[in-house]
Design a protein around this ligand. Sequence first.
Ligand SMILES: [Zn+2]
Ligand SMILES: [Zn+2]
Length: 144
Amino acid sequence: MKGQCLCTRVVFELTPPIPDIYQCHCSLCRQVSGAASNAAMIISAAQFGWIRGQQDIRQFATDSGFKSHFCAHCGSPLPNLTRDDTAYWIPAGLLRESDGINVAAHLYVDSKAQWDQIATQAECFAEMPDPDTLNQLLNSSRQK
Ligand SMILES: [Zn+2]
Ligand SMILES: [Zn+2]
């Protein structure tokens, strides 16, 4: 499954099985996305590959460790390695296909914007659940 930034300079590919998505409603994710929440998945590093455009990636990080990688030309958020280097964080909106992918969790629901109406069957967490719980939830339908 391929994904790309808005200007298509940066392209990457994911190897199935493709995990489900979470949406984080915290203030940092709102600011970096400009929207009510982000929408992202975590996939093992072995299932991720750059096709082109790595030289166009720029990065930003806060002192607290929140980081954002983005395309220097169009500003799209881009995949980046998680802290322990074993997985990639993937902005779900970059993917060219969406068949069979569901939102499995909403995070930081307690800090969502007042105007954010979460209509969902997915599990909601006030803040961040423990990593194992989240991991299990995002991979529970991995027959794709
Ligand atoms: Zn771009
Ligand atoms: Zn967040």
